[in-house]
Ligand binder design. Structure first.
Ligand SMILES: [Zn+2]
Length: 148
């Protein structure tokens, strides 16, 4: 199993607030959730490229890992392992997913729903990620797989 080693990025709340738009800041840094069905990436299915963290541009998901779940948010069934960190919510009910480089909030990961072979659905806010049309760096591609 291969894991990518990401460079940690630490910024103050003020620095993040200055860099991000208000809604991006609320989601990425304050764990807000965008309304279902409105995100710019919910219904697109690009044939190649990848999705990066919108705060620090670390590659997180390949475009081919994206699938249509019908849940109203972008869904991915694999990640670049080492770039996405999973952490159980304080109430123990859901598993939060974060950018491993900058701790930006991405959404939640759900298991056992049977959507795809990995049985894993990363439910990600559109505003947490940015689509990049070029290929991901090879060390990220080599680390792609089930996250949890
Ligand atoms: Zn990040």
């Amino acid at each position: 199993m291969s894991f990518v080693k990401v460079t940690r990025i630490t910024k103050s709340e003020e620095e993040w607030r200055a860099q991000l738009q208000a809604e991006e800041f609320a989601i990425l840094r304050k764990k807000a959730t965008e309304r279902p069905g409105v995100g710019e990436y919910t219904n697109i299915q690009p044939p190649s490229g990848y999705f990066a963290c919108r705060a620090c541009m670390t590659p997180l998901y390949s475009a081919t890992a994206k699938f249509h779940s019908g849940c109203g948010w972008p869904a991915f069934d694999k990640c670049y392992r080492g770039a996405v960190r999973a952490e159980r919510d304080a109430d123990g009910r859901r598993v939060e997913i974060l950018c491993a480089a900058c701790d930006g909030h991405l959404g939640h990961v759900f298991e056992g729903e049977g959507f795809t072979q990995t049985n894993e659905r990363h439910c990600v806010n559109s505003k947490s990620v940015r689509y990049v049309a070029s290929p991901a760096p090879p060390e990220f591609t080599a680390a792609e797989g089930k996250c949890v």
